[in-house]
Structures are given as structure tokens and as C-alpha cells.
Design a protein around this ligand. Structure first.
Ligand code: AMP
Length: 598
């Protein structure tokens, strides 16, 4: 196929804002094309060389493209820059300059195959001398290009093709060009794309073997599946109703969604929700996933959240976002902000696709194939059938650092729906975030053995507030964050005189620590928010039956309140006041763009 035909189609696409018209142009363009040109045209039209998940980048900066245009057209680089200034479109300038070059049509007109090959060479050029190599390849192409071809070539390498061909338009066009254009055909094509994330592959199968040929496109390790997405409902009652009265609720972890592909040999590739490969950012997951999952090859999905290295407690999401896109200093960041991947689904196990099985079966399978470790764990889950049960689980999830719950349908038909948003998954978040400005003085009533760097000593502590009306110490927090080495080393000495084997009668807690402490030592802590939790006992039942007040994301300020005795610590009534006076703010808008989901 001549490249000219493609460039002409781009010019027509660029000229119309109408989606239907665009589809018509696209259908006309692709109908006569056969593999392997078909895949090339589809990738190129989206401004890519390979499916997005492969992350192939051309690596052509403005200055480099300018240099190539200047060389190819025999123009001074400054002149090229000057001409481009007003429009900002180097592609347009290229067309002008090529026009002025006025010469006979090239002896060997450009084909899609040559252009694709040369562009691939440009993308592959790495390291020393690669800039020159890229310029040379681009000059070669421009030498043979017509003005219109030159315009789109330059725009392509700069990533500014802007012909507006999106995945969904291409799927429409494929259904019309190579099937009967019906909704059913479109759905089958989209389903194949959702499983493979590769339009070139889908189009090839469709053209060669028809709609039935799409069935042969299955899962492949290393090729990400487009993620299943959740709907939302405003209340837990509505969630349950949607799900037919019973649902599996899971903690909704606030982190990064990760699709992990574990090869037979233990090679791991991690993909983000947008299907970018992010393996390099999480070496601990790459190292620990093969130990956790032995039924390989496997594809599992989960949410990756920062955890406290010493206690395993979930930390605020902002910490993990610091690791995104990071390539240097990774070791240090990794030690400071370790992550844990909480797995919630399995799409392939022992090489067998499992995505079409009902969710309860997938979850059981996930549980049975997983050997958890410090960096890979199973998402907390509970099946509930009443609003009360759901609310208790939500409280637990929030107190443990989650941002809400994910409800999953346990009904027949609850297959993994790649790339689709529906009521098989429903998210329910707290509709506000609250800020806690005050610190709290908590009494240590228990201690937990440390892990990781804190193995062999205490790693976290159970804290209580004092309830003067009942003369009891009621737990509200387990805190492990905020202790530096010196303070941590001090703790056993400070606590020695309070240690006791039996739970002290004046202490009330739903959590059993490794070591009980009689109330004595007072610590100052801060947290993100007060919430309620079924495992804590502060002002039990005041906000919700069976739940006490709890501090979310607790952190020791470093200050021992030696000036205070245990009964002078913050009281449970004060805590309740703080809960009621928390500043309620509307939460930020959902970052998810509708674009991603259409
Ligand atoms: P949202 O981003 O608000 O639409 O919520 C959906 C996201 O929640 C998913 O894409 C996951 O990244 C995340 N998530 C956290 N916990 C879970 C869970 N247990 N099951 C499914 N998704 C979860």
C-alpha cells in the first residue's frame, strides 16, 4: 500500500469533526487493506507503532525533527524554527518547505511498509549516535515524501498526529469493514480487543478468519488484559439491592492497580491500569510474586499500596505515588516506602484462563494458589447479606486504611468482564474526607512484635483513651509509624514495668496484642481522621452499634508525654467530640476520566 493513500485519508479525517464521517473515511481506508499492512495502518493511525502496552516510543524531540526537516529541504534550521513559530505545527512547515522544493515525484514512492520500518528504526535507535541515526532515517523518509506525506510523517514522529482516531472508532470501523456492522459483531470484536489490548492482532484475525477467528484470541502472559471497572451506588443498601441481597465485600485499597503476569519460569511483568508496564518501579513485587504464586503461568490482579515496613500497616497512597515513574534512587525509596500487593482476582492460573468463571470460584482459586509473603497478600473479603454487616465491614476497611469497599457480585455470570464497567463490581467510598487537626495523647495498653527491620523487638503498640465515667481504658489505635530507631529502642525499657501476662481488667480492646501492658506510658499521636471500627472500644456504640472510635493512619509524633499519667491522657469523651467536630470536606472529584471508559 502506498503511504500517500494513508496521508490523504488523514487529511480528510483532519478536516471533519463528525464522528460518523470519520468512521466512513476509516472504513473506506481499511476495507481494501490486508495484513500485515492492516495492523500497521491501525497502529500508525493512533500515533503508535505497536500496541500501547508495549510502550514503544519514538524518542524524537522537536529540535531533532527540525534538524531533519532542515536537512531534507535544504533550509536553515533557524528558518524552519521561525516559520513554525506562528502555527506551532512543524508538520505544516514541512509541507510548505517540501512544496517549495519542487521536484518530480520520487522514483520510489513511499509505501506503508517502508515508512513503518523506518519509523521502527527510529524508535529502536538507542544510546550513543542514536540521535544522528534518527535524523538520518527521518531525512531518508522526507527525501522521498510528498508535501502531504511529509506533513503527517513529521507530526507522527512528534506525537502530534491529531487525526482523532480513537480505539472505539476503530472498533466501529472494523465491524463495518470486515463484518456485518451489527451490534453483535461490534461486541465480539471489542471483547477480543479487551482480552488482548492489541487492535492489530484483532483486525488480523478478523480479516483472515472472520468473527469466529476472534475466539482463538485468548490470554497470553505478557499481554495485558483491559481492566474490569466498577459502577458506583450512593448507599450500601443500594449496593446490596443491586447485587441481589448478597455480595462479597472487599477492602477498597487506595493505591495503584497492578496486573501481574507471572511466566512459567517466574519472570514477572507488571502493568498499570492504563496498561503501561511498571515492573521496574516495583522490584520487590517482581522478586516476591513468583514465591507467592507457584501455579504458573498466571495472571493476577490487585492493588498495590504502601505499607509500614515494620508493622505491615497500610500507609497513605501519596507515598506510593512518589515511586511512580521513578528510575533512579529506587533502592532508597523502596526501603523507605515498601509496597504490598493485595490480590483480588485471578485471570489465569497454571496456564489455564479463569476469567470466565464466576467470581466466587476465582476468589477460592486465588486463595488456594497464593502463598502470602511481606509483599503479596490476599485482599480482605467478607460475604455480607445485610446493611449492618456491610457497614461493619466498611468501618473495618476504613480503620485499616482502606478508602471504602468494593462490592463484587457472587451471582452466576459474575465472570471477569475485561474493559467493561458494570454493576458486577460496585465501589462505595466515604463521601467525604475529614481532617484531624489535634493530636491525641494515648495510653499504651499493649505491644506487638515487630517484623522486617523491627524483628526481635516491639514494632507497634496498642493505644487507649481514658473513659472517666466508666474508669476504663478503651482502645482506639494500633500505632507503628513515626518511631525512629532511638525511640523504638527505648520502648521496651519504658514499658518493662507495665508488662503483664493477662489482659488488665481496666483495659478494653477487641484486638489482642502480643504483650499486654498495664496503663502507664502516654504517647502523643496524630492521625488523618477519626472513624469507627468494630475492633476498637473507645465510646463503644456512641456512633454505631458494636463499633468504637478509631484513628486512621496513626503516627507517633515522637513526643512521650511523661508529664501525664494515664488518667490524664485524652478521654474518650474528648475523642467523641473530636470525631463530631472533624472538618468535613467534600472529597476531590473522581480522578477517573470518562474518556478511559467509553
Ligand atoms: P475507582 O478508581 O474509584 O474507579 O475504583 C476502582 C479501583 O479501585 C480499581 O481500579 C482498583 O484500582 C481499586 N481497588 C482497590 N481495591 C480493590 C478491590 N478489592 N477490588 C477491585 N478493585 C480495587
Amino acid at each position: 500500500m502506498r503511504f500517500r493513500e494513508l496521508a490523504e485519508a488523514y487529511a480528510r479525517l483532519e478536516a471533519t469533526p463528525k464522528r460518523l464521517e470519520m468512521r466512513r473515511i476509516l472504513v473506506e481506508l481499511i476495507r481494501p487493506i490486508r495484513p500485515p499492512d492492516l495492523a500497521r495502518v491501525l497502529y500508525l493511525s493512533q500515533g503508535m507503532l505497536r500496541p500501547e502496552y508495549e510502550g514503544v516510543e519514538l524518542g524524537v524531540a522537536d529540535s531533532l525533527a527540525r534538524r531533519a526537516v532542515a536537512t531534507a529541504t535544504g533550509t536553515d534550521e533557524g528558518e524552519v524554527a521561525r516559520r513554525t513559530k506562528a502555527s506551532g505545527d512543524l508538520g505544516g512547515t514541512t509541507a510548505e518547505l517540501l512544496e517549495a522544493r519542487s521536484r518530480a515525484e520520487a522514483a520510489h514512492p513511499l509505501t506503508v511498509a517502508t515508512v513503518y520500518e523506518e519509523l521502527t528504526t527510529i524508535a529502536r535507535a538507542k544510546g550513543e549516535g542514536s540521535q544522528d541515526e534518527k535524523v538520518r532515517a527521518l531525512v531518508d523518509l522526507l527525501d522521498r515524501a510528498s508535501p502531504l506525506e511529509g506533513k503527517f510523517l513529521v507530526r507522527f514522529v512528534l506525537g502530534t498526529l491529531r487525526v482523532g482516531v480513537r480505539e472505539m472508532t476503530i472498533l466501529d470501523a472494523l465491524a463495518e469493514a470486515f463484518a456485518d456492522g451489527s451490534k453483535a459483531a461490534r461486541a465480539r470484536i471489542e471483547a477480543a480487543f479487551n482480552l488482548s489490548s492489541d487492535l492489530g492482532l484483532v483486525a488480523g484475525a478478523l480479516v483472515e478468519h472472520g468473527l469466529d477467528g476472534l475466539d482463538a484470541i485468548g490470554l497470553e502472559v505478557g499481554r495485558p488484559i483491559r481492566p474490569m471497572l466498577a459502577e458506583r451506588e450512593p448507599t450500601l443498601a443500594a449496593v446490596l439491592e443491586r447485587m441481589g441481597g448478597t455480595a462479597a465485600l472487599e477492602y477498597k485499597y487506595d493505591g495503584l492497580r497492578v496486573q501481574a503476569h507471572v511466566g512459567k519460569d517466574g519472570t514477572v511483568r507488571l502493568f498499570s491500569r492504563r496498561l503501561e508496564e511498571i515492573s521496574a518501579q516495583f522490584p520487590e513485587l517482581v522478586a516476591d510474586l513468583p514465591r507467592a504464586i507457584r501455579h504458573r503461568p498466571a495472571i493476577v490482579e490487585g492493588e498495590c499500596v504502601p505499607v509500614d515496613a515494620d508493622t505491615g500497616e497500610i500507609q497513605p497512597f501519596q507515598l506510593v505515588s512518589k515511586r511512580r515513574g521513578r528510575t533512579h534512587d529506587l533502592d532508597r525509596v523502596r526501603a523507605e516506602i515498601p509496597v504490598c500487593l493485595f490480590l483480588f482476582d485471578v485471570l489465569m492460573a497454571s496456564g489455564r484462563p479463569t476469567y470466565s468463571e464466576p467470581f466466587p470460584e476465582r476468589r477460592t482459586l486465588l486463595g488456594s494458589l497464593l502463598t502470602p509473603n511481606d509483599h503479596v497478600a490476599l485482599a480482605e473479603q467478607r460475604t455480607v447479606s445485610s446493611v449492618e454487616e456491610a457497614t461493619a465491614f466498611l468501618d473495618e476497611a476504613i480503620a485499616a486504611g482502606g478508602e471504602g469497599v468494593m462490592a463484587k457480585s457472587v451471582r452466576e455470570g459474575s465472570a471477569y468482564r475485561a474493559g467493561a464497567r458494570g454493576y458486577w463490581w460496585i465501589k462505595y467510598k466515604r463521601d467525604y474526607t475529614v481532617g484531624l487537626s489535634d493530636s491525641i495523647d494515648g495510653v499504651v495498653v499493649g505491644a506487638f512484635h515487630g517484623r522486617g527491620r523491627r524483628a526481635g523487638r516491639y514494632g507497634a503498640f496498642l493505644l487507649a483513651v481514658y473513659n472517666p465515667k466508666r474508669d476504663r481504658f478503651e482502645s482506639f489505635s494500633k500505632v507503628g509509624s513515626g518511631f525512629d530507631d532511638a525511640r523504638l529502642a527505648e520502648m521496651p525499657k519504658r514499658l518493662a514495668k507495665y508488662e503483664t501476662d493477662a489482659p488488665p481488667p481496666e483495659v478494653e480492646s477487641g484486638i489482642v496484642p502480643d504483650r499486654w501492658m498495664r496503663p502507664g506510658l502516654v504517647l502523643e499521636v496524630r492521625g488523618a481522621e477519626l472513624t469507627v471500627s468494630p475492633v476498637h472500644r473507645a465510646e463503644l456504640g456512641a456512633i454505631r452499634p458494636g463499633a468504637g472510635l478509631a484513628l486512621r493512619f496513626p503516627r507517633f509524633t515522637g513526643r512521650f508525654r511523661d508529664d501525664k499519667g494515664p488518667t490524664e491522657a485524652t478521654t474518650s469523651q474528648e475523642l467523641l467530640e473530636m470525631y463530631r467536630h472533624q472538618v468535613r470536606q467534600e472529597s476531590a472529584p473522581d480522578p477517573e476520566s470518562p474518556d478511559e471508559t467509553t
